[in-house]
Design a protein around this ligand. Structure first.
Ligand code: GRF
Length: 194
């Protein structure tokens, strides 16, 4: 762990359990990284409370005040001011534009609750239930412009059980998301240490 830590900027729209998994892994020295700042877009997003708990600065950029490109330009500005090198979309419910992706080329990471390329887009868990697949899961990948596309860093499979609802299945998928998001960042840290 002699190499300099990866400087992360997190984008989160909701509960922030993936943010917390990353913050905990850093605290436990499982990950050679530091979270510079978390940006959230919903004023009542619970991720703010989790950020406070870990002493991470949280910045509200309310998407209602901006066009998609303007929002991404504000994100880039905030991340640059905080010396962010890698962007993690940890439950970021906005479509990103080239303004963000070109500012951090191949360095924007996304977490998606399906085994991509199956079930991209919104309601991935409902899509999997509706399709009747027996195994779904989650993916951490480098984000390209098309929604939920780009090179896959890590995946985990989750079986669909009889009687599963979107809620019960999501809860089991999230347990795996928390593991693979940390694993994928560790992979990036190891790669950049070479
Ligand atoms: C995760 O299930 C992720 O796959 C999806 O949004 C959810 C965010 O959860 N993109 P949380 O806010 O990290 O708890």
């Amino acid at each position: 762990m002699g190499d300099s830590p990866l400087k992360l900027g997190i984008l989160a729209s909701g509960s922030g359990s993936n943010f917390e998994a990353i913050a905990e892994a850093i605290e436990n020295q499982q990950l050679n990284a530091q979270i510079q700042v978390v940006i959230y877009n919903n004023p009542d997003a619970k991720v703010v409370l989790r950020a406070q708990k870990f002493g991470v600065p949280a910045v509200l950029l309310n998407h209602r005040n901006y066009s998609r490109e303007e929002l991404d330009a504000e994100i880039v500005k905030t991340f640059r001011e905080s010396n962010v090198d890698w962007v993690i979309m940890a439950g970021w419910m906005r479509i990103v534009t080239p303004v963000l992706l070109d500012a951090f080329p191949e360095k924007v990471i996304n977490i998606h609750p399906s085994l991509l390329p199956s079930f991209p887009g919104i309601r991935a868990i409902e899509q999997a239930l509706k399709a009747g697949v027996k195994i779904t899961g989650c993916t951490v990948h480098i984000a390209h412009l098309e929604v939920d596309s780009g090179p896959i860093l890590m995946q985990a499979a989750v079986p669909i059980l009889a009687g599963d609802t979107a809620e019960t299945l999501h809860a089991r998928i999230q347990v795996q998301e928390h593991k693979i998001v940390v694993g994928a960042i560790a992979l990036l840290a190891a790669r950049s240490a070479k």
